[in-house]
Design a protein around this ligand. Structure first.
Ligand code: NA7
Length: 535
């Protein structure tokens, strides 16, 4: 085919989610030519794709919004303490309109490959439609939980009913009324959608591979006077978030666990339990995350709370996790989740006892026999941290693919670059802080750093940045060493790749704290980008 000469952008950003859009704004303000390529039919990333009933934040709404613009903050209105997907999607669209971002975003454009031209220091991105885009730099804002994970269950082509993954939910509402519905998966998405489906379905069958320690979200509406009060407190709040481990308003209680009497401990647990959101996770004694004995008392407390809510204790037996201590996997927040199992129209199937075998024409076959369903919902999560990038055919120096380089686990420098892949910059992938915890809070420091770096390179006429192999080796070792000390390193989770068949058991997240990461980035700028070769 004849191709017209390519416009060369300064930067192509892949992904128009919360991170990519703000990155666009920052880089464009520096006068760089930027284009955002977005696979979705709309902007918003997570809040565009995950449109399933019950989808909402587990971070307090006002801690999650963009915080860099005073006017935007002065106008901020949140209808609920934990906003639902529709409100978040509206918010992100409002943000894009306000800063006129849409003109530089191309929707329905999925990047299939990225190829680095060593002679010219340029990347060419090809879309699934065969369109090419060329740029000096690429920022991958592709998200840490964006590549859907499907069960490796045969026979999908035979199933004649409706089937939906929570992360690719259709725009037309799915009508569960009077239907026989299956949900596979009981992670953060599963516990949100399960109670909502149960409200109207004729029958809901939940297939659970591993139970989770879900805690009550305690969502509620926010009225104008409370919002006004919240706005008053913004400067102090944002300072607090920047100083917290993961950008949450809740942070560990440093009181030494051993100094608290069992009675005081118990009343502290009760007090935390009455509070909204992650207070029940990150508001506990720090040692609950590090010390098995401390953890045991809290896990026992949460177990009691679960059992109080489930009428049939043999069902409760299945719902209480036995494979992992509280907090060693992502703790889902729920509303009416456990009560859902008291309903006559809901059945829990523990897969350890009755594994799934295949899809059939009319439903699912388990070891015990066939079950018919009108609708199957896959709440089976994501190929986390690495999936979004390893699903793109990314070719760096010498034609090496990123997928190959990461075959035995990711290698990065600060999560932002990979040796052998110059000018490719990642915000929200393995080993970095971007997208972790309270996502916008944790992505912002890297958005800032990338702005500094690209501004600096332009000022100095530099066209190539690449992480040093040695820096990458040290950072990768640092990430793995931090991870090895955590209690969660003994547990199977998506942070170690365990949920995806064939993925190596290697830590793919990053467990350093937000303030530490911010300090590193600052020092990195001051040092003239130590660990990176600029030319
Ligand atoms: P999660 O948290 O990864 O949960 C996925 C769930 O699906 C989890 O219960 C998995 O069990 C289960 N799963 C995955 N594959 C299968 C197969 N093949 N068979 C049966 N069950 C399976 O994803 P979510 O979407 O809920 O949440 C992801 C993040 O999004 C969350 O952390 C929030 O930050 C937002 P497993 O535990 O792996 O045994």
């Amino acid at each position: 085919a004849v191709r017209s000469p390519q416009k060369v952008y300064d930067v192509l950003i892949v992904g128009a989610g919360i991170t990519g859009l703000y990155q666009l704004h920052v880089l464009r303000q520096q006068g760089l030519s930027v284009r955002v390529l977005e696979a979705g039919g709309g902007i918003g990333g997570t809040w565009y794709w995950n449109r399933y009933p019950g989808c909402r934040l587990d971070s307090e709404s006002y801690t999650y919004q963009y915080i860099f613009h005073d006017e935007l903050l002065a106008e901020s209105e949140w209808s609920e303490l934990f906003a639902g997907q529709p409100e978040l999607e509206r918010y992100i669209n409002g943000f894009a309109d306000r800063f006129d971002l849409r003109r530089d975003v191309q929707l329905d454009t999925r990047v299939e490959s990225m190829t680095f031209d060593e002679a010219r220091n340029l990347w060419t991105l090809r879309t699934t439609e065969g369109e090419d885009f060329t740029s000096r730099f690429v920022v991958a804002a592709t998200g840490i939980l964006s590549a859907p994970n499907y069960p490796a269950l045969p026979g999908l082509e035979n199933f004649e009913g409706e089937i939906h993954h929570t992360a690719t939910w259709p725009h037309e509402p799915v009508d569960f009324a009077g239907k026989r519905v299956a949900v596979i998966g009981t992670g953060a998405s599963g516990v949100q959608i399960i109670p909502r489906i149960a409200e109207t379905a004729a029958h809901l069958t939940v297939f659970q591979r591993t139970p989770n320690w879900a805690v009550p979200l305690r969502n509620r509406p926010l009225d104008e006077s409370e919002m006004a009060e919240i706005r008053q407190g913004y400067p102090a709040l944002f300072e607090k978030l920047r100083g917290s481990s993961n950008g949450f308003v809740h942070d560990w209680d440093p009181t030494p666990y051993a100094e608290v009497s069992p009675e005081d401990r118990e009343s502290r647990y009760e007090e935390l339990w009455s509070r909204p959101g992650f207070a029940k996770w990150f508001g506990t004694y720090r040692e609950i995350a590090t010390d098995r004995e401390a953890n045991r008392t809290y896990s026992a407390f949460v177990e009691r709370k679960i059992r109080e809510r489930v009428r049939d204790q043999s069902v409760a037996d299945e719902l209480v996790p036995t494979d992992h201590p509280f907090g060693t996997k992502r703790v889902p927040c729920e509303t009416d989740y456990y009560e859902t199992y008291n309903r006559d129209n809901v059945t829990l199937v523990p897969l350890a006892k009755n594994p799934l075998v295949e899809y059939t024409r009319t439903g699912l076959r388990t070891a015990e026999g066939e079950m018919d369903f009108d609708i199957i919902v896959l709440a089976t999560g994501f190929d986390a941290f690495t999936g979004a990038l390893s699903r793109i055919d990314i070719r760096g120096v010498g034609g090496q693919t990123l997928k190959d380089k990461w075959r035995d686990g990711p290698q990065t420098y600060m999560g932002v670059q990979v040796a052998g892949f110059p000018n490719l910059l990642i915000n929200g992938g393995p080993h970095g802080k971007g997208g972790i915890g309270n996502s916008p809070r944790c992505a912002e420091p890297l958005i800032w750093w990338l702005g500094e770096l690209l501004g600096y390179m332009r000022e100095h006429g530099l066209t190539r940045v690449e992480a040093d192999a040695e820096a990458e080796k040290l950072w990768t070792a640092h990430v793995n060493e931090l991870a090895s000390t955590m209690m969660s390193s003994t547990v199977k989770s998506y942070s170690f790749g365990d949920n995806v068949p064939g993925k190596p058991h290697v830590y793919v997240a990053y467990s350093g704290t937000l303030p530490d990461f911010i300090t590193r980035l600052r020092e990195n700028v001051e040092s003239g980008y130590e660990g990176f070769s600029l030319s």
